[in-house]
Design a protein around this ligand. Structure first.
Ligand SMILES: Cc1ncc(COP(=O)(O)O)c(C=O)c1O
Length: 386
């Protein structure tokens, strides 16, 4: 029986590096509420990422919920159906209406050409996602937002460490949120952050994530409990020491995959534009019609061999029962997202994915390939998986 290979595996620094931090927490008995490690991690991450201000959160979903509150977003918000459900759920939890715009199939991000036609007097914001860590067309989105007086909140859950023209992609829009979930490039088991441009906004967000407390007896807003605790923050500080290597390892794996799949007809890889430093948070491939298997057949074949790829993002958010009644969620209005959701498979990628394991994934894909990559007959293959 072959060993399992999952789509990701969490980055875990050596345990002995973490123990002294735990000892300090035990000694200080300061477990949460903006302790020393929390403060250190906020500073260290802002510096590492190249952003002005950063507010830590217990997870990315709470960061999204709070970002919408912080900007007092109302009514309708234009967003993408091609994301993890938390993106749209954050709107429903705030009593807002998601309005889905179709995506650009080349980037899987919201298509700026589809935004303006969805704006109504009720629209107050745009909530795009830097899908797989590849940046949205931030310039065009900002131009539209400025023309119509809309706020922009980026769901940058996948975009830790990504730069655009040597500048953090997290600096675009009014606010961006990150996720530090176990599956993400940088994790604190669970965790997240809001990136904000000024100290005043940081203060407001810090109040909101702590029940709205502005002092011992003063509550200035109906806040929530979204604080990151000291164990998570300490783990983040240790994790940060290893992140450069983890990103470099991901890049190596990315190139090895691309090279190995280059001549496989019907399988295409994503690449970042030249002005983008990508974090290779995911390794999505497009399974085109000229591959011998459909995307779902390939997913099944890999699974039979204990390789657990993921169909991010299928089904589309707009197809879930709490969204599908919306006019903007109708499949015929989202043709690109519909098509892309049927074609993309995310293959395993994580810093310690060994070459042998990667080659195992690739060799299965190549077995089902025709043309220069393999001389198997399509008819035989289709028979084998039918
Ligand atoms: C695009 C996107 N947005 C939001 C989230 C929610 O983040 P969290 O799991 O930290 O709450 C995730 C992933 O988990 C995500 O992939």
């Amino acid at each position: 029986m072959k060993e399992n290979i999952f789509v990701t595996s969490p980055l875990l620094p050596p345990l002995e590096e973490f123990i002294p931090y735990l000892e300090q927490i035990w000694q200080n008995k300061y477990l949460t509420n903006g302790g020393a490690f929390h403060q250190q991690l906020e500073k260290a991450l802002a510096e590492y990422l190249g952003v002005e201000h950063l507010c830590l959160f217990a997870n990315g979903t709470l960061a999204l919920l709070t970002a919408l509150q912080a900007l007092r977003i109302t009514g309708e918000v234009i967003t993408t159906p091609y994301s993890f459900v938390a993106t749209s759920h954050s709107l429903l939890w705030n009593g807002l209406t998601p309005v889905f715009a179709d995506i650009d199939p080349k980037t899987c991000n919201i298509d700026p050409d589809k935004i303006e036609q969805l704006i109504t007097p009720a629209t107050s914001a745009i909530l795009p996602v830097h899908c797989y860590g590849l940046p949205c067309d931030v310039e065009r989105i900002q131009t539209i937002a400025d023309a119509w007086g809309l706020k922009v909140i980026y769901d940058a859950a996948h975009a830790f460490g990504v730069t655009l023209d040597n500048r953090s992609v997290l600096n675009f829009g009014d606010l961006s949120i990150l996720s530090f979930h176990a599956t993400k490039v940088f994790n604190t088991f669970e965790g997240g952050a809001i990136i904000c441009p000024d100290a005043k906004m940081k203060q407001r967000i810090d109040y909101l994530k702590n029940f709205g407390f502005a002092g011992e007896t003063t509550v200035v807003a109906p806040g929530i409990n979204a604080k990151m605790n000291e164990v998570q923050a300490a783990f983040g500080l240790v994790q940060l020491q290893h992140i450069d290597k983890a990103l470099a390892d991901r890049e190596k794996i990315y190139h090895r995959y691309c090279e190995a799949l280059r001549d496989v007809p019907g399988i295409s890889c994503f690449s970042a534009p030249e002005n983008v430093e990508w974090n290779h948070a995911y390794f999505p491939v497009v399974v085109e019609e000229d591959f011998t298997l459909t995307r779902d057949q390939l997913y099944d074949v890999l699974k039979e061999q204990n390789i657990y790829s993921r169909r991010y993002f299928y089904p589309l958010i707009s197809s879930f029962s709490m969204y599908r009644h919306l006019p903007s969620a109708q499949p015929e209005r989202l043709p690109q997202a519909q098509a892309v959701a049927q074609k993309i498979l995310c293959l395993p990628i994580f810093p310690d994915l060994g070459e042998e394991d990667l080659d195992r994934v690739v060799s299965i894909i190549r077995q089902y390939s025709v043309g220069p990559a393999n001389q198997l007959l399509a008819a035989d293959i289709t028979g084998a998986v039918a």
